[in-house]
Design a protein around this ligand. Structure first.
Ligand code: PMP
Length: 379
């Protein structure tokens, strides 16, 4: 079989390997997957069913249903973002497709893409598949994993063409306030970087409000914002996301999308439309539950003396376990039947940490934390 070099350059997902290990055992509590334990709000599911009953099973416009784009434009107003539904919004098959298409639309062979780390596992492969060169920008636990001007300068990000940004962050749960983000915007403008800002966890911000980097002066014209329905609306399996950007950027992305995907899943678009129209209360309810679990998990880590920085967004905690995190995670799984993800999977700076997803019910979370405590005490 003839496999392209750029595919061979990317190893299989480390998270998957870990879950195969977990599946071999019974009674495992998984704090591993980055996926809500809730189902999509009922109104969204009903809208999907209703669309099927009415026989709405055709393609939609390449860019997505106009009603949905209008509703998205309205929705993102809460983050002070203003985008034109006809020219500046692309509905995609999950934020994943939007990210993939963006890499292919904006990265030429050899272009450098700065990726702050630890970060979501798909960014670096996405850059490589597009023919680009990933440039790791480590963030530091002493800065609560927030990206600083200094981090960017130390990593030589001024030589990059693009910056991949993700706050609230997977895997650290870090968020960035307006004043902190201003430094990143300043760096991007100074060094003429285009910014790809993955804001899929925007609605899951527990302290303060989410700020988009696209709201800073001179940033809107150099930024594409990514969001979707997987996290806030618990719709991972419906595969729906979107990108917001200047007309030229969205046109370029749509050029690829219209050939490779044609249009995002129609049934999911009906669900998403209803989710935006009527499901704010459910989102708030889920967020409140995540927040309760977040506080619980952080307090338990404190009790067991495991250093854990105060995650303020998404649904992850990122405790410091010290030493070999892969070994820690494997032994924890073997001895105590709790699956977590080793931090080193998320790139530079992740070593010695674990990603704990608290998108798991409080009962299981309680048992899992007791097991982690037993494991830590026995070491
Ligand atoms: N970005 C981040 C930071 C994520 O954590 C995820 C899902 N794990 C995605 C994007 C992909 O989301 P989607 O389901 O919309 O493709």
């Amino acid at each position: 079989m003839r496999i392209a070099d750029r595919v061979e350059r990317v190893p299989p997902s480390g998270i998957r390997r870990f879950f195969e290990l977990a599946e071999e055992k019974d009674d495992v509590i998984s704090l591993g997957v980055g996926e809500p334990d809730f189902s999509a709000p009922w109104a969204a599911r009903t809208a999907a069913i209703d669309s099927l009953e009415r026989g709405r099973t055709s393609y939609t416009a390449n860019r997505g249903m106009r009603d949905l784009r209008t509703q998205i434009a309205d929705h993102v107003g809460r983050y002070d973002l203003e985008y034109d539904p006809d020219e500046e919004i692309l509905v995609t098959t999950g934020a994943s497709e939007a990210l993939d298409v963006a890499m292919r639309a904006f990265v030429d062979p050899g272009d450098r893409v700065a990726v702050h780390q630890p970060s979501y596992i798909s960014y670096v492969p996405g850059v490589v598949f597009a023919g680009g060169e990933p440039l790791a920008v480590p963030t530091r636990p002493e800065n609560d994993f927030e990206l600083t001007y200094e981090d960017l300068a130390n990593a030589g990000a001024e030589n990059a063409e693009l910056l991949m940004l993700c706050y609230p962050n997977n895997p650290t749960g870090a968020t960035m306030s307006r004043s902190e983000l201003a430094e990143v915007a300043e760096f991007a403008v100074e060094h003429d970087l285009m910014v790809l800002s993955d804001e899929i966890y925007a609605a899951l911000t527990y302290e303060g409000d989410h700020t988009s980097i696209a709201t800073f002066p001179e940033m809107r014209e150099r930024t594409v914002v990514f969001n979707g329905f997987s996290k806030a609306y618990a719709m991972t399996g419906l595969r729906l996301g979107y990108a917001l950007g200047p007309p030229e950027a969205i046109r370029a992305m749509n050029r690829i999308h219209q050939y490779s995907m044609l249009s995002a899943p129609t049934t999911a678009q009906y669900a998403a439309l209803e989710a935006l129209r009527s499901c704010d209360d459910e989102v708030v309810e889920m967020r409140n539950q995540y927040d309760r679990r977040r506080r619980f998990v952080l307090s338990r880590f404190e009790e067991m003396g495991l250093d854990c920085f105060e995650a303020k967004g998404a649904f992850y905690a990122f405790p410091h376990c010290g030493g070999d995190d892969e070994r820690f995670a494997e032994e924890l799984l073997r001895q105590q039947n709790v699956a977590v993800v080793p931090g080193s999977i998320f790139g530079v700076g992740g070593e010695g940490h674990l990603r704990i997803s608290y998108a798991t019910g409080l009962d299981d979370l309680r048992t899992a934390m007791n097991r982690i405590e037993a494991f830590v005490d026995a070491r």
